[in-house]
Design a protein around this ligand. Structure first.
Ligand SMILES: Cc1ncc(COP(=O)(O)O)c(C=O)c1O
Length: 396
């Protein structure tokens, strides 16, 4: 990697990856690694899914890229699929290239939909790597600290006078951007009552709600989208990662009402690969296959199995403090007194001894598990046995 500027903030762990298939990646010596990270949570159907590869190849041989003023029918077909899973009848969508771009597009749209100066999000949400949503300057963003809500009994309904809302002037909020459960990598799904209250307050004042489904979307949480675990109706859904199953395509879906207002406002956003046929063809095929194999349901049942078995391990090893998440977006959180390097060593042992890829969260005693949603029970059992063995060896 002499000529790659390594700027990503994570260490390089395997530098000779050659190919991948399903839940495994293979290095140049032919060793298989069970990928419980799905790349960066991007391959719900498993690496190099044959039908997705076929759709990609067919489209690539036909036309990859059109240009601003030309459209290929596949973008309309993909749009219908996206609006169907988002539940937006007669809504509209746009295809883009990355999760950050989709969220930032949505933020720009929220600003166009309202004259109010501020945006609102939860204090721990990660929204993207650049732009207003990436840096969240305090002149534009109000961050609601929901830490106290974690120990609150009112999980289904908030008291409007609750001090957590003190920092929020709802009259000045144009939009609420909600990231349902990734929470900067820590996998914390906020309480339903809190999110419903915020969405209600914002919408009552003609503000809008955008959900950032880059990580929680495309079935990962056991439903198509993380917001579907909540009693809210978003106006805008941003999706990425799993939408391309490894290919860089993202999208924004919006209600008919929001699209109508943006069109009336002459909302403008344009980049070279917007609505490219190749990305749209991949997205359409990913959704088609996911629907056929009812992947969100699979994620729900496999996730429940994995979570229960991890909780059993927690009974055996008190160093495990709690298992968080829904579906197959899960985190194992260790006792806060556990030294950071102990958790790093655990992840390294899983990788080097058992050839299992997991993700240690930088600066937190947390390991994240986001496997391809097609993971089998045998593969889960293999991971659990390896984890059990590592924990036993490291405890002694
Ligand atoms: C919740 C969330 N939002 C946005 C992004 C940004 O997506 P991308 O890396 O595709 O730009 C990420 C990436 O990890 C994410 O986890």
């Amino acid at each position: 990697m002499k000529h790659i500027l390594w700027s990503i903030g994570h260490e390089l762990k395997l530098d000779r990856i050659e190919k991948a298939s399903g839940c495994y990646v293979y290095d140049s010596s032919g060793q298989a690694f069970l990928d419980l990270e799905s790349g960066v949570w991007c391959t719900p159907l498993g690496h190099c899914h044959p039908e997705v590869v076929q759709a990609m190849e067919t489209q690539a041989r036909t036309i990859c890229h059109t240009g601003y003023c030309y459209a290929h029918p596949v973008i309309e077909q993909a749009s219908e699929q996206i609006l169907d899973i988002a539940g937006f009848e007669n809504g509209k969508s746009v295809f883009l290239c990355s999760g950050s771009e989709a969220v930032e597009f949505g933020v720009k749209a929220l600003k166009s939909l309202s004259d109010k100066p501020m945006l609102l999000t939860l204090h721990d949400s990660f929204l993207g790597s650049y732009g207003s949503s990436g840096t969240k300057p305090e002149t534009e963003w109000t961050l609601l600290n929901w830490e106290p809500c974690q120990n609150c009994d009112h999980t289904d309904a908030c008291h409007p006078a609750c001090p957590v809302f003190d920092a929020v002037d709802f009259d000045r909020i144009s939009g609420f951007v909600f990231e349902p459960g990734s929470a900067s990598g820590l996998v914390r799904f906020p309480p339903n009552g809190l999110i419903r209250t915020i969405a209600q307050q914002v919408k009552e004042r003609d503000g809008h709600v955008q959900v950032n489904e880059i990580t929680t979307g495309m079935g990962r949480s056991g439903k198509w989208f993380g917001f579907q675990h909540y009693d809210i109706q978003p106006d805008i859904v941003s999706m990425g990662k799993g939408l391309g199953n490894g290919y860089p395509v993202s999208a924004i879906a919006m209600t008919k009402e929001a699209a109508g207002r943006l069109e009336a406002n002459r909302f403008y956003y344009s980049q070279s690969h917007q609505n490219d046929p190749l990305g749209a063809a991949v997205a359409a095929e990913v959704i088609r296959v996911m629907k056929r194999v009812t992947l969100p349901e699979q994620a729900r049942s496999m996730g429940q199995y994995l979570k229960t078995r991890l909780e059993d391990l927690g009974e055996k090893f008190p160093v495990i403090r709690d298992i968080r998440g829904k579906g197959l977006i899960l985190s194992i959180s260790f006792d806060s007194r556990t030294p950071d390097d102990w958790v790093v060593r655990l992840a390294e042992r899983l990788l080097n001894t058992h050839r299992i890829i997991t993700a240690k969260r930088p600066g937190h005693p947390v390991i994240r598990i986001d496997p391809p949603l097609v993971i089998t029970r045998d593969q889960i059992d293999h991971f659990l046995e390896a984890l059990d063995q590592c924990l036993a060896e490291m405890a002694s």
